[in-house]
Design a binder for this molecule. Structure first.
Ligand SMILES: Nc1ncnc2c1ncn2[C@@H]1O[C@H](COP(=O)(O)OP(=O)(O)OP(=O)(O)O)[C@@H](O)[C@H]1O
Ligand SMILES: Nc1ccn([C@@H]2O[C@H](COP(=O)(O)O)[C@@H](O)[C@H]2O)c(=O)n1
Length: 675
């Protein structure tokens, strides 16, 4: 996951390959709750690991559920309708799929509970669900604003509940209210059948007031309830009947299918990008998720899509995409992806009946309109619609996209990186994708192709601080890091171990060693044939050997392809001697880092002493000056600043100041302005 303050997506050109997506959030959290309420043990496979499922798991553990790893799955010992705690304070982040169903379940289970979340969760309505539960006889208080979390839930005896009359709940704000009741009320149906009125066989009826939105999510709920032994009778979309005597029965093992909303980004990718197409595994034509109908919308826009039970294959069809006018009520989450696809359409795209966007992680209509406008688009929006006009090449602007702590905003705007103007897109706070798809950007980069992956080079003499600076800058930008000196150091070590000398007579043999180095980088360690050589290559003697082998032209040539292979999305920071002059002459930014010889010797002295390696300051200074002389006077790729490099003398700068300077230069060469 990218934990950086921002992530710059370079202009993307094509995409090809296969992705396997994480489990569905909607299914994961429903399955977790059902497994917890059921008797017996349920092993859940392919569960989504994300912020929202983690808060659900923490909550269930706090209720006394035993949760263990079972291989790649998770084993949950259900409560069988009985709490193992008298109460708890539960923090549910911004997970609506945890807050709503847990409110209903805990109101029926008994016990004193406080349910809270992040500030945005306290702005997301829950009043209609609470009203329905209070009608039944449950006791729930608002701890902040009426109608919104945080909530205090108090115990009531199940036999005091008013179950005879239908329970009425609004369905036109969020379908999660109905889902919450459907998931929780079998607790009361089971209990009722154990009491005297078992004979009368009382069913529990829920009546929906208003037009039910997001019906596909209710279908997921009904499907999963059925797998847990509860067969709800649906009468249209207005009445739902939980039969008397219903009891949750663990299915034993249950698999979570991949998230269909997450699939929308890769379906769109296949429709937009040039290339061999995208194959998605883990979700397909047999999906129980409503958002799978995004496939129909993408086809309307011109995408070619084939499918099997649990796979999809997408490639570019019509181009530009075809404009659509769509009632997107049935795919509220995935429809955000259509709003970005609209930028590549042949006319304005209208998405209607999406009022629920306004009460999601953020006001999504507002957020999408604002950020699409930053890209240069004309957007009209209203209480329940958004209309996005396509962008001609000249109309695109490089934008820093605010993500509003909303994973879907971050993910769908990544598609703007395919703009024909070849502009990068900056995604602010990219870690918000952790809500449902922590590795979203890594997955995107595994199939996307950039016209040019950005590189930031830091060259300079020995011990000037290149490595320290490069690692810090790479960390800030979320980029890969190449310490090219390591490759020469390992080659020098391999030369010694093979009893060779760094001279012209052995040049070809050493070059062959360099070309076939059995080298691996793992958890910060350098492994040569599996052996950890991280310390062995850091001595000054190893530095000298590296300097000697690096003067051999055949060795430099042998290491070129390996160095270039580090240039991967989203970008690379490379340090060495010839990064800007030879290996990456087209780098976006080149920095030549120097410091006085006295400073460098002193820094290296401290560095070696701290590692327990004894040495003298004078000896070190002589060594590093000899190394610099050899590096800068050799015939191939000598150490020198590239003509277009920016010079940074950090003799009097701290590491932090150097990092700040380089990041400021990086910002200067980006087209985002100061935003
Ligand atoms: N600006 C700075 N101020 C003070 N110390 C620094 C600064 N930059 C780096 N150092 C310290 O100097 C030492 C050498 O830095 P580093 O290993 O990054 O240099 P290098 O240029 O990569 O060396 P080499 O060329 O041998 O690979 C480290 O201990 C590091 O912490
Ligand atoms: N791009 C590079 C990087 C390094 N070298 C040679 O390797 C020696 C060791 O490098 P460190 O950065 O790890 O100290 C160095 O002295 C150079 O001779 C190189 O030639 N080109």
């Amino acid at each position: 996951m990218f934990s950086t303050p921002f992530l710059d997506l370079p202009p993307l050109a094509g995409a090809s390959g296969t992705v396997r997506l994480p489990g569905s959030k909607s299914i994961s959290n429903r399955v977790l709750l059902l497994a917890a309420l059921a008797g017996g043990t349920t092993t859940v496979h392919d569960l989504l690991d994300s912020d929202d499922t983690r808060v659900m798991l923490d909550a269930l553990a706090a209720l006394g559920c035993r949760i263990d790893r079972a291989g790649a799955g998770l084993r949950i010992e259900g409560l069988d309708g009985r709490l193992r705690t008298s109460g708890a304070k539960l923090f549910l982040g911004n997970a609506g799929t945890a807050m709503r169903p847990l409110t209903a379940a805990l109101a029926l289970l008994g016990g004193e509970f406080e349910l809270s979340g992040v500030p945005r969760m306290h702005e997301r309505p829950i009043g209609d669900l609470v009203d329905a539960l209070v009608q039944l006889g449950c006791r729930i208080d608002y701890l902040g604003n009426p109608g919104y979390p945080p909530l205090a839930i108090h115990p009531v005896p199940l036999d005091s509940l008013q179950l005879a009359a239908p329970i009425r709940v609004r369905g036109d704000v969020s379908s999660q209210f109905l889902t919450a009741l459907l998931l929780a009320l079998p607790l009361a149906a089971g209990a009722a059948s154990e009491r005297a009125d078992q004979a009368s066989g009382r069913d529990i009826t829920i009546e929906v007031i208003g037009e039910l939105i997001s019906k596909p999510y209710i279908e997921i709920t009904l499907n999963l309830l059925s797998r847990f032994g509860i067969e709800v009778r649906r009468e249209g979309w207005e009445r739902f009947v939980i039969p008397a005597g219903s009891r949750y029965r663990s299915p034993g093992d249950i698999h979570v299918e991949a998230d269909a909303s997450s699939a929308s980004y890769f379906i769109a990718l296949g429709a937009i990008a040039r290339g061999e197409g995208i194959r998605i595994e883990g979700v397909g034509a047999d999906s129980i998720q409503g958002d799978i109908r995004f496939v129909e919308a993408a086809r309307l826009m011109g995408a070619h899509i084939d499918s099997g039970p649990n796979w999809l294959a997408i490639s570019r069809g019509a181009w530009p995409l075809k404009a659509i006018d769509l009632d997107a009520n049935h795919i509220p989450d995935a429809a955000m992806t259509l709003a970005v696809m609209a930028l590549y359409a042949d006319g304005p795209c209208l998405l209607r009946n999406i009022a629920s966007w306004r009460v999601k992680e953020t006001d999504r209509i507002d957020a999408m309109a604002k950020e699409l406008r930053k890209l240069g688009a004309t957007v009209e929006d209203g209480p329940d619609f958004i209309c996005v006009h396509p962008l001609a090449r000249a109309g695109w602007r490089a934008a820093s996209i605010r993500t509003y702590d909303d994973h879907r905003v971050a993910m769908c705007f990544s598609l703007a990186a395919f703009n024909p103007a070849g502009l990068p897109v900056r995604i602010l706070e990219p870690h918000c994708v952790a809500k449902t798809f922590p590795d979203y950007f890594e997955t995107l980069f595994s199939v996307a192709e950039a016209a040019e992956v950005p590189v930031l080079c830091i060259d300079g003499p020995t011990a000037s601080g290149k490595g320290t600076l490069a690692v810090a800058v790479a960390y800030q930008l979320g980029y890969h890091y190449l310490d090219s000196g390591t490759l020469y150091r390992v080659t020098g070590l391999a030369m010694r171990r093979n009893g060779l000398e760094a001279d012209a007579a052995h040049e070809m043999q050493i070059a062959e060693l360099a070309r076939t180095l059995p080298l691996r980088f793992s958890e910060g360690k350098v492994l040569l044939s599996g052996e950890d050589v991280s310390d062995a290559i850091r001595t000054e003697a190893a530095g000298m050997d590296a300097s000697r082998v690096s003067a051999l032209p055949a060795v430099r040539k042998a290491l070129l392809a390996l160095q270039k292979s580090f240039r991967r999305l989203p970008g690379l920071v490379a340090d060495g001697r010839d990064m800007g002059t030879v290996v990456f002459p087209d780098a976006t930014l080149k920095v030549y880092l120097t410091a006085s010889a006295a400073q460098r010797a002193e820094r290296r002295h401290k560095q070696l002493i701290s590692k327990g390696i004894s040495t003298t300051l004078d000896g070190l200074r002589a060594d590093l000056e000899a190394r610099d002389l050899r590096d800068s006077s050799r015939s191939v790729a000598p150490l020198k600043p590239a003509p277009d490099a920016r010079l940074l003398d950090n003799s009097l700068l701290s590491v932090e100041q150097s990092v700040e300077q380089v990041l400021a230069w990086w910002q200067e060469v980006q087209p985002f302005g100061s935003s």
